[in-house]
Design a binder for this molecule. Structure first.
Ligand code: GLA
Length: 495
């Protein structure tokens, strides 16, 4: 009797039309890419009356909800991380969250989320090796130069794009300018076979043949993976298959691996990163093929202190760049404290270039290139090389700017003087010359007049404008007028 009364009350409560469903719970949204891959996002929502809070769980990280608003069935919330922001707006319709997701760059996409019992499946933790020093592989004696598919193509990359990009680099002078590596970023991954061997998805019918094509153009071939079970795009990761994947990559002819933390954060803590990255460092070495090792984990756990010890040739120091002034300048101008960690074979990486992707002015792209050169940063172009303008190509291939980036001394430059919104940077070069960059970070035209002695440069013998490729008349001062966000980059001969 007691039991049937309880059942009745539960039934009444669940079917009472006056009790509006609230949003509390875990919601799952699935995106199926054209290559068949499914990627998941989870929304852990907590509703208390008209107050909403919670977490968005992406394959690469969990972000707290901000700016939540709810009114009847309609709601809005956002999630943000450094250079990226995700705005969700929608309503609850028949038990389904029907939302529009707006990205910071204006793109938008419909999203559907249904109630879910689970959330991400986290595999059991595999014990990590004890720490040791992975010997230097002898590569990247200068900052790596090349092209990476992510910044422009994101998930829309395929075999044909890589081949035509190699053709473009073969024809447009970029290879001769120093660009060497063509790196396929995330979304190439398919399934593992019963032996655990990873295969590409249908966008990449034959990785070995693709690598051979890239090699036939006198270029080198790079690929992407993660120590997690899933990449940031929710594709198959190397977790538990590190040695096997390193062997597969070597057999395909891979010369460069970008290894991205992504979902590894669900298994390991930040303080375990060194051991995690060491595992792949060892695996690459054991593969017997020289492979540039690019660590990608947004500079967590002071990676610059242990990057070389795991066999890393470069390590990301920032969150993802975006094709706008705010993001690019935040990444580039924040690198001063890390200068002493850069050296031949081991580079700080403030992320790939956005030059030519359309979100910045010509002046801003000149600043982007100059800043990366002053930083001795890797120069990985990130635009569509097959359709860029002559102006963009000339920024990317500026001989004298690249010579500063690639200077064999490998000493990262930094800011030595600030005058209002103007920053003056200096970098020492192998032949005793000094590179100077004068950046106008402000939104107004800036007039600069500084005696050389204020820059600890004894009177220079020659002063060369490296963008214009011409010597300037030498006087006792550095004098220039700069447009907003523009740069003057000089090479001084001092003896
Ligand atoms: C992370 C990296 C990016 C890119 C994407 C791919 O966000 O930082 O550079 O590799 O993953 O999913």
């Amino acid at each position: 009797m007691k039991h049937s009364l309880l059942c009745f009350l539960i039934l009444l409560c669940c079917t009472n039309p006056l009790a509006a469903e609230d949003l509390t719970g875990t919601w799952e949204s699935v995106h199926v890419a054209p290559d068949g891959n499914k990627s998941y996002t989870y929304f852990d929502l907590v509703q208390k009356a008209d107050k909403l809070s919670g977490t968005v769980r992406f394959p690469w990280g969990d972000l707290p909800l901000i700016e939540c608003a709810i009114s009847g069935n309609r709601f809005h919330f956002a999630a943000a991380i450094d250079n990226a922001r995700f705005d969700y707006e929608g309503e609850l319709v028949n038990g389904v969250l029907q939302m529009t997701l707006r990205y910071h760059d204006g793109r938008q996409t419909p999203i559907r989320a249904e109630r879910s019992a689970s959330g991400f499946v986290v595999p059991p933790k595999i014990p990590l090796p004890t720490l040791h020093v992975v010997p230097y592989n002898g590569l990247a004696s200068r900052p790596p130069m090349g092209w990476n598919s992510w910044n422009h193509f994101h998930g829309d990359v395929d075999d044909a794009i890589i081949r035509s990009t190699a053709d473009a680099m073969d024809a447009n002078g970029m290879r001769e300018a120093g660009y060497t590596y063509i790196v396929v970023d995330d979304t190439w991954e398919g399934q593992r076979d019963p032996q655990g061997i990873i295969h590409p998805n249908k966008k990449f019918p034959d990785m070995k043949a693709l690598a051979a094509y890239v090699h036939s153009k006198g270029l080198k071939f790079g690929i992407y993976s993660t120590p997690g079970s899933k990449t940031c795009g929710d594709y198959e990761g190397s977790y538990g298959h590190e040695e096997q994947d390193a062997k597969t990559f070597a057999a395909w002819g891979v010369d460069y691996l970008k290894y991205d933390w992504c979902s590894a954060f669900r298994i390991y803590t930040n303080s375990e990163m060194r051991a995690v990255y060491q595992k792949m460092g060892d695996a690459l070495r054991a593969s017997g093929r020289p492979i540039v090792y690019s660590l990608c984990q947004s500079g967590k756990d002071n990676v610059w202190e242990w990057g070389p010890l795991v066999g890393g040739n470069l390590w990301r120091t920032t969150d993802d760049i975006a094709d706008n002034w705010k993001a690019m300048s935040a990444n580039g101008f924040s690198q001063n404290p890390l200068a002493r960690f850069a050296a031949p074979g081991h580079w700080n990486d403030p992320d790939m270039l956005e030059i030519g992707n359309g979100g910045m002015t010509d002046d801003e792209y000149h600043t982007h290139m100059s800043l990366w050169a002053m930083l001795a940063a890797p120069l990985m172009a990130g635009n569509d090389l097959r359709s860029m303008t002559k102006e963009i190509l000339s920024i990317l291939t500026s001989k004298e700017v690249i010579a500063i980036d690639q200077d064999i001394l490998g000493k990262q430059g930094g800011s030595i003087k600030q005058i209002g919104q103007v920053e003056i940077w200096e970098r020492s070069l192998a032949d005793g010359d000094i590179a100077i960059a004068v950046f106008n970070r402000g939104d107004d035209v800036a007039k600069v007049s500084v005696p050389w002695s204020d820059l600890q440069v004894s009177n220079p013998v020659t002063v060369r404008d490296v963008w214009e490729e011409k010597n300037l008349i030498v006087n006792k001062k550095l004098e220039t007028v700069l447009n907003p966000h523009a740069v003057l980059m000089l090479r001084l001969q001092t003896k």
